[in-house]
Ligand binder design. Structure first.
Ligand code: PEP
Ligand code: MN
Length: 341
């Protein structure tokens, strides 16, 4: 439930509403706006009776929110969320477009250092690479796990590049959070609710990928699990969904980017590699996502894609990535100059 206060409501009126919410056993969340304050009711499992508010002063409107999420909604938080990855790196709002790149998986120290050095020299600030890999077949490469995390920790220390890696189980969360700057919850775990709750208890930025066949509502409800536990630093990542189409690995749903930016205050980025599954399709789709309003991209890059232990066919080699990187820079400055209102 959302209680919208009149613009002339006093601090006392607002306090009285908050107290009433608390007396009912719920938590009030004040949402200050330019014109008026709204107060969200958190913690209810179903319909909230509005009778206790009827005699209170300063209330303009009571809105019963029927969506399965509140904290991630723009109704509850009208301004864009800005997420601090470090003192010099933020995403969301008017912050610069964030480019995350790197191999699907950590395969060796040599592969990671080579890639990280190339990316850093180009200007990329965040290296991606999976240590724990969610693979369809148990016979496929499962990742270097703890050893992979150590390599990521070393490269971050030695080259000063920020890192992101996937966490697959609550059991590994503490270690992963200690070793990297951003935690990734992958598509297959988007509805692993126990994992989401644990990720919500730490304050690290989290990239939450859209589930293999998740609706936007399910995806936002998953983000709500993280926010509700106290971690507001969620970045949503569109990575394509499964449809009848088999010509591409997934069906790339760019329309959700502007849609979500209307519904939610959380930053949205796009992963053209998993969204298409084909390296040739990655550059045009990455560029298209900028026009759609994405606040960043995450691209798979490998020194030798043909030898990659996972996702080689969708990985760009260094030359291909450099070409894309330069086009992204050009497009961003065009969008900033010409298209921004
Ligand atoms: C990945 O980023 O390597 C990955 C496994 O992605 P997704 O969870 O989107 O399939
Ligand atoms: Mn991958």
């Amino acid at each position: 439930m959302l209680i919208v206060m009149h613009h002339s409501a006093t601090d006392r009126d607002i306090e009285a509403v908050k107290k009433t919410i608390e007396k009912m056993g719920y938590k009030p969340v004040a949402i200050p706006g330019a014109e008026r304050t709204a107060i969200g009711v958190i913690g209810n499992q179903g319909w909230v009776d509005d009778a206790p508010f009827r005699g209170l002063k300063g209330i303009l409107e009571i809105i019963h929110v029927t969506k399965p999420y509140k904290l991630v909604s723009r109704d509850f938080h009208p301004h864009d969320t800005v997420i601090k990855i470090s003192n010099d790196l933020k995403i969301g709002g008017k912050n610069p477009f964030l480019i995350i790149a790197g191999p699907c998986a950590v395969e060796s120290s040599e592969q990671i250092y080579k890639t990280a050095k190339f990316l850093k020299d180009l200007g990329v600030k965040v290296l991606r690479a999976g240590a724990y890999k969610p693979r369809t077949s148990p016979h496929s490469f499962q990742g270097l796990r703890e050893k992979g995390l150590e390599i990521l920790q070393d490269v971050k220390r030695d080259l000063g590049i920020y890192t992101i890696t996937e966490v697959m189980s609550p059991e590994h969360l503490g270690l992963v959070a200690e070793k990297v700057d951003i935690i990734q919850v992958g598509a297959r775990n988007m509805q692993n609710f126990d994992l989401l709750k644990e990720v919500g208890k730490i304050k690290k930025p989290v990239v939450l990928k859209r589930g293999l066949s998740a609706t936007v509502e399910e995806w936002l409800a998953s983000a709500e699990y993280i926010l509700l536990e106290g971690n507001p630093n969620v970045i949503l990542c569109e990575r394509g969904i499964r449809t009848f189409e088999t010509a591409t690995r997934n069906t790339s749903d760019l329309s959700v980017i502007p849609l979500i930016k209307g519904n939610s205050h959380l930053p949205v980025i796009y992963d053209p590699s998993h969204a298409t599954g084909k390296s040739k399709l990655v550059p045009p789709m990455a560029l298209a996502s900028i026009i759609a309003g994405a606040q960043g991209v995450m691209v798979e890059v490998h020194p030798e894609p043909e030898k990659a232990l996972s996702d080689g066919p969708q990985s760009l080699n260094f030359k291909e990535f450099e070409r894309l990187y330069l086009k992204i820079q050009k497009l961003i400055s065009f969008v900033e100059d010409e298209l921004k209102p």
